[in-house]
Design a protein around this ligand. Sequence first.
Ligand code: ADP
Ligand code: MG
Length: 274
Amino acid sequence: MKTLVFTNQKGGVGKSALCCLMAHHLVRLGLRVLVLDVDHQGNTTRALVKSGKPLQSATTADQVFTDPAATVEAEKFVLVPSDYDGLLELLDYPVDERNILATNMRRFLRASAADKFDVCLVDTGPNPDIRVLSALVSADFVLAPIDLGQEAIDGIGKLINAPEVGIATVMGSGLNPSLKFLGMLPTRVKAVALHKENMRTIFSSSQYRSMLLTLVDDPKSGDDFAMVADRTVIQQCQASGQFIGEIRDQTAARETWREVKPVLDRITHLMGVA
Ligand SMILES: Nc1ncnc2c1ncn2[C@@H]1O[C@H](COP(=O)(O)OP(=O)(O)O)[C@@H](O)[C@H]1O
Ligand SMILES: [Mg+2]
């Protein structure tokens, strides 16, 4: 089983929408998929429950952190749902006792989930806390949806270098030597001046450019970099629980799926799961 974490301490950048899209896509490819929603806001949980597709596990996400014997059902598509109160309580753990939460999560993934699933997707919340850190030290891959709006460039600095949960911080900490950064994925991208300007700024920094998710191994032009445009139909699907890849009778949905599918396929390829 390969574990992919979606992270960014900015909210509203499209982590949950992408996590849900990815989950449906991988299931349709025939992979066994576990989704773990460790954000107490539960947006991924809500959308996936509405879809009616996954089995909702009897284990909730907070138990993955607190119960060293937490298990998960073996099904093709399982959601370990967010539990609002339980996940918030984790934040009250004394700092010197927090390690056990990460240890439990790691054990859950390796001992209970590993043989039952091909992929585990972990959706995280926007707070730089132990839930995000636990996910990052337990995962194989991390992907960071980013936005191009106000303070986008500042946001990237935090995403990479924040204490504890910054991607470079985790990678440099030695806590998870096998973690691979798939890249930053500009999401909800609009054809407006601010977004274009911020994209230019990212491209003009060789450090930031090298951190972007690419559609090919050796990117030559701007088209070789991945992004997800701002599309009403993505928002609608996230609200209704529908999977955009299964909507045949709407032109906007078909066109948007044509844009999004190559990004999801690339992520799948980079994880080496299909
Ligand atoms: N590519 C997109 N186009 C349009 N709306 C989007 C897109 N991605 C996400 N959204 C919508 O934007 C809002 C925030 O997205 P969400 O995935 O919940 O962000 P996060 O999990 O990072 O907080 C949601 O209403 C979601 O449906
Ligand atoms: Mg979210």
